[in-house]
Design a protein around this ligand. Sequence first.
Ligand code: BGP
Length: 479
Amino acid sequence: MSKFPKNFMWGGATAANQLEGAYQEGGKGLSIADVLPGGPDRFKLVDEPDFDWTIDEKHHTYPNHKGIDHYHRFKEDIALFAEMGFKCYRFSIAWSRIFPNGDEKTPNEAGLKFYDQVIATCQKYDIEPVITISHYEMPLNLVKKYGGWKNRQLITFYERFARTVLTRYYKQVKYWMTFNEINSALTFPVMGQGLVASNGANDKQNIYQAWHNQFVAGAKAVKIGHELDPNLQVGCMLLYATTYSYDSNPVNQMATLEQNQAFNHFCGDVQVRGEYPAYTEKLMNKYGFSFSDLEIGDDDLAILKTNPVDYIGFSYYMSSTVDVADSSLEQASGNLIGGVKNPFLKTSDWGWQVDPIGLRIALNELYNRYQKPVFVVENGLGAVDKPDKNFHVQDDYRIDYLREHIEAMAGAVADGVDLMGYTPWGCIDLVSASTGQMSKRYGFIYVDLDDQGNGTLNRYKKASFDWYKEVIASNGENL
Ligand code: BGP
């Protein structure tokens, strides 16, 4: 008998701004992702106080403008996913294709037509679409004119966007997520919240205010979804980094508990339980403000309470290790949420600490905390692939990484975790979120495109393509 449930959702995940390209076609407006320059300094550049939002083609590349041209090649790409046997495909809808400026009343029909076709192509192959409503992309106008998510008016704009896409697609699409990695705003508030230095990203109160507005907007999307069809599954999406104490020093253990509350659990607690956790005031006091300083609408708390999410989607790439007692310990440079180096773990080419057992722990922690189904909607190894002269990539390192994480998921299922599925990140090579470059690749499919935007854009199957095909066909038995 397979270790995974019969209807386990094997698939892959992408995000509109990282693969579609065609950034000014079909009536699409500019999004925050379109003004992020490529390269490791992309967040620093956009965060300069005098950043003027002008696309400066002379000095910077903008990889998202072209993406991997999925906008024109989605049929070919989805056919390749089908060849691997995908049961589901997680993708996002570019907000700026549907509402180019974010604040208009009428949606852009050409944008909706594009996703009609994407969804129809999935259906042709019996692939279940899983849609992230907002994935690190929001109309630039909402950032410039309204200051991003710290402004309450965004609730109305998001509600309109969510209602538009839910109403259009609820008959074809059962699985939805409200905001990608909502908790990541604590470390990078640019992409998800539209907060940059010039509109107060350095002030933590803005981040918590933005979260509150997103929680309410997300709860409204849950409500709309359930009104359309009570069986619709609308989930949250968290960036989960299993967090260890470096040692048994109670001081480190306490700091670990607090990091878990602040990073891994706060956003999930509100969205899954429908109320702010008991430790909310403590988190806010740390930054010199109080819950009562936030702008909370009369019905907000009731809306949160009555519209919790149906499942917990999360990304898992690495764990984090906390030490506050010994300042001489080496830091884990590259790890998304910092911490010290864990001597038991290897690191990826980008310094992310690879930890498959940490995924089993994450699954247990999340499921036992909330008792709602969990879904690993991102996981994978960003690596520099070296194709041979026929463009074949022998990515055994990626296969090893994925195998170990799938084994960890099987362990969690044996632990009793209700696990819905697995959609490894970047199932086709796409633009990296943190570097804005192509050279950090995750895919089963190689795309001939380099960091300067040169290449044929042709697609080639990597060794991991056939391997994953067999994993799916055997429901996780043949690893
Ligand atoms: C997550 C994001 C994705 C994605 C992935 C890999 O944080 O949801 O959008 O890109 O991480 O990150 P990166 O591309 O920086 O390697």
